[in-house]
Design a protein around this ligand. Structure first.
Ligand code: OOB
Length: 583
């Protein structure tokens, strides 16, 4: 661990990005479902040969005038809210697809999409889906380190950004990344001054124009690359196909009781798997419902939108659910209505939701809680709408599909009985068989017969529900935002005073966990150690998402060791937890 690695270094056998055909390049990094499984999933009716392009086309034909997307922070005017019908979204996707094709973007090409919760997100993503180019779903919080890695590792030809958002200038970031990434030909800027790049608004063209035709993607094609929460030095990319993802949408829509009357509020960053597909915006569009974009997750922004737009369903990570519960309680104490009367279902997931908070959802928010335990790699568990309240508040649900195979095993991969806590392994019709272009990681993250090692420690109840008991992967779950310990350790190790670093979780009443970096200094720096804040500033200065900067830094002379001489993170976690309870 004291060896410093830079992003990209621990990826073996890098893909030949000079291969001429972009589709071939994607395929070369993709582990397909074995034929007998694919046949089984088709025969069961899970995979129905749909693509995102055809899905939107069909919905637009069936109900062209129904509202698909509502963006309250839209263009200038008295009521700046933009409302796009299904026909409008479909037309915009066609025009975007044609414009992207006319600029040379082809089926199989990768395009990093880093947009806030705006209507353009859907215009761009469906435009890309339609030509079979792959969105790479970056989060707004990602910075130079992550973005430059995604662009280089995927050989991205495009990068789509806002101009300035949350005080951060994405155009400057794009300029820097573009200068270093030969493949990156197109930087498209949504809204505001494009700052020398191409305005996104200049891309769409009439699809009837020349040069706009091209091959359509197939249902078994990779539709996009999602990001893994990760536990290694660099994030891994998750290839999801149209077939598998649309199946997870259909299943989610059913289990969450969604239909054309559903109004889903996108509170979390739109590109994350949870608000995208559980059932999320794409599930809502699948069901023919309405997607409302929330520019900020705070109750001050979200509550008035819920009231005005008649939102029926939304998804939150536990810290936000706590914040909403507090705000709604204050409104109730004030004697007035909460304004949340339209809300029927609240999904909470991404991190463990405490039983105590879960019990408050129905009385305080007046809606049904559904716990979600999902992962961008595939498997998603939901508590059911008709589960007894005890099950809803004490478990993280059960899998979507009868064909989700779930194993709970000990350290030797031996199956454990119900009630015992062990490692969760899973395989099924919407769980990947491998990360994209990462053979070494895949050997460790999947069993030889294709089960994904989730890194989660769970127990299964007699009813088949899963309870998340902990984690074996070296990751901190900061209220749903995942921090890979190794990635942060590598950044700390780049500091001249740092001899060794070990990043662990520490308990936090609000986020569940925060990050604590234990640091051993080099001999010569021990007399005059750097301040914690200096190390935090150093990590931030490396240009990475803010949520990854350690919350606390502790200096020690040496790390506790396990029996075989590895750093005992268990002991470090216990030490910081003890420090926090006594201080
Ligand atoms: C969701 O996806 P990711 O890919 O950001 O993170 C997956 C990991 C899981 O392996 C687990 O460690 C943790 O997040 N997790 C939970 C949880 N939901 C996710 N841990 C405890 N309780 C839960 N309810 O986080 C995600 C994807 C789709 C839907 C919902 C969440």
């Amino acid at each position: 661990m004291s060896e410093s690695t830079t992003p990209g270094e621990n990826v073996t056998e890098p893909l030949d990005l000079d291969r001429a055909d972009p589709v071939e390049r994607v395929l070369a990094g993709f582990t397909p479902y074995p034929a007998e499984f694919a046949e089984r999933y088709r025969a069961a009716g899970h995979w129905r040969g749909e693509t995102f392009g055809s899905m939107l086309r069909e919905r637009a034909a069936a109900h062209p005038d129904r509202i698909a997307v509502v963006d309250p922070a839209g263009g200038p005017g008295e009521d700046p809210t933009r409302r796009w019908t299904y026909a409008e979204l479909d037309r915009r996707a066609d025009r975007m697809a044609a414009g992207l094709r006319a600029r040379g973007i082809r089926r199989g090409d990768r395009v990093v999409v880093q947009l806030p919760n705006t209507a353009e997100f859907f215009e761009v993503v469906f435009g890309l889906f339609r030509i079979g180019a792959l969105p790479v779903f970056a989060l707004p919080a990602h910075r130079y380190t992550e973005i430059s890695y995604f662009c280089a590792f995927t050989g991205a030809v495009g990068y789509v950004i806002p101009a300035v958002e949350g005080g951060f200038d994405y155009r400057e970031l794009a300029t820097r990344v573009q200068a270093e990434t030969p493949s990156l030909r197109h930087v498209l800027v949504s809204g505001g001054d494009p700052g020398g790049h191409t305005p996104l608004a200049a891309v769409p063209v009439d699809p009837a124009g020349a040069g706009a035709e091209g091959p359509e993607p197939r249902p078994g094609d990779v539709a996009f690359l999602q990001l893994s929460g990760g536990s290694t030095g660099v994030p891994k990319l998750i290839p999801r196909t149209h077939d598998d993802y649309i199946y997870s949408l259909r299943g989610s829509v059913e289990l969450c009781g969604q239909d054309e009357r559903s109004v889903y509020l996108v509170v979390l960053p739109a590109a994350h798997n949870f608000p995208l597909s559980s059932p999320g915006s794409l599930g809502t569009l699948y069901a023919g419902g309405r997607v409302v974009l929330c520019p900020q997750p705070s109750p001050e922004t979200a509550f008035p939108l819920i009231e005005r737009e008649g939102v029926t369903i939304t998804g939150l990570v536990p810290p936000l659910a706590l914040l909403w519960l507090e705000a709604a309680e204050r409104r109730r104490e004030g004697g007035g209505p909460t304004g949340l009367e339209s809300l029927e279902v609240l999904l909470v997931g991404g991190a463990k939701f405490s039983e105590e908070a879960a019990r408050r959802v129905r009385p305080v928010l007046g809606c049904t809680l559904q716990q979600v335990f999902g992962m961008a790699e595939g498997l998603v568990n939901y508590t059911r709408l008709d589960d007894p309240e005890e099950v809803v508040v004490t478990t993280q649900g059960r899998p979507i599909s009868p064909d989700d195979e779930v194993r709970v095993v000990d350290d030797q991969d031996q199956d454990l009985p119900d009630g015992a806590t062990g490692h969760l392994l899973t395989r099924g019709p919407y769980t990947i068989r491998g990360y994209w272009n990462a053979p070494a990681h895949n050997a460790a993250s999947f069993t030889t017969d294709g089960f994904y090692r989730t890194g989660d420690l769970v127990r299964r109840t007699a009813t088949g529900h899963l309870v998340v008991e902990g984690r074996a992967k070296d990751q901190i779950n900061r209220g749903g935002e995942k921090v890979a310990a190794e990635e942060i350790e590598n950044h700390l190790l780049a500091h001249p005073a740092v001899h060794d670093a070990a990043v662990v979780s520490m308990p936090d009443p609000y986020l569940g966990e925060r990050t604590c970096a234990y640091v051993v200094l080099r001999e010569e720096h021990r007399a005059r150690p750097p301040k914690s804040v200096e190390l935090k500033r150093f990590v931030r200065g490396r240009g990475l998402a803010d949520f990854k900067v350690p919350d606390r830094v502790e200096f020690v002379d040496a790390f506790p060791a396990t029996g075989i001489g590895k750093v005992s993170k268990k002991d470090l976690r216990a030490a910081i937890a003890a420090t926090l309870t006594t201080s």
